[in-house]
Design a binder for this molecule. Structure first.
Ligand code: IMP
Ligand code: MG
Length: 182
């Protein structure tokens, strides 16, 4: 049976690079003279987190949580956040910047933010590479956004379909398989 595959480029790699550099400058300015802990949400944030972090001009710590709201061959959120009970790191009194690949329904980021507040973080902000244009059941504000995109399933730059395509340099729309000939 054929599978969905990466389709047309939505955001080219050059634009991702330029925008990441700009976000790094803005974030560095805001956290000047404050402690900063970057919290990467795995697996989707790995490339964006690494690219962004290396361009910050201020000192910071990095922690990562492995959370999942999509499981298997699907382009729909499962509605629960797996892994939110295993959240290592010392966050009491910390200024935390959550870094994730995408703001979709907001479920993952709402749960992450609530957990950080419960763990005693002093401030919690959010930076995502892409934000989907849609009505969100979970109200989450992103403080820094790379790109606003239409409500389509995308892959590349850390974004996956069933674990695949994270390493694509451009962000692409996932194309449904051609339907079989009648
Ligand atoms: P949310 O909890 O619904 O906001 O979804 C967040 C997570 O869902 C992201 O960290 C991604 O792992 C995944 N996700 C949501 N939309 C997409 C997409 O278009 N492509 C790939 N992964 C997605
Ligand atoms: Mg993901």
């Amino acid at each position: 049976m054929s599978e969905p595959a990466p389709g047309p480029i939505l955001i080219p790699a050059t634009a991702v690079r330029r925008r990441t550099a700009l976000l790094a400058r803005k974030i560095s300015a805001l956290y000047q003279n404050r402690d900063l802990t970057l919290l990467g949400i795995l697996n989707g944030s790995i490339f964006f987190l690494a690219d962004l972090a290396r361009q910050l001009t201020i000192p910071f710590r990095v922690e990562c949580w492995r959370l999942r709201s999509y499981v298997g061959k699907t382009t729909r959120s499962a509605g629960t956040v797996h892994g939110i009970t295993k959240t290592p790191g010392a966050f009491r009194g910390a200024n935390v910047l959550i870094v994730d690949d995408i703001l979709d329904t907001g479920l993952t980021l709402a749960a992450t933010r609530a957990r950080l507040v419960a763990m005693g973080s002093r401030s919690v902000r959010v930076c995502v590479l892409v934000r989907k244009h849609k009505r969100r059941p979970h109200r989450v504000r992103a403080d820094w956004v790379g790109f606003d995109i239409p409500d389509e399933f995308v892959v590349g730059c850390g974004l996956d379909y069933d674990g695949m395509y994270r390493g694509l340099p451009d962000i692409r729309v996932l194309k449904a398989p051609a339907s079989p000939r009648e």
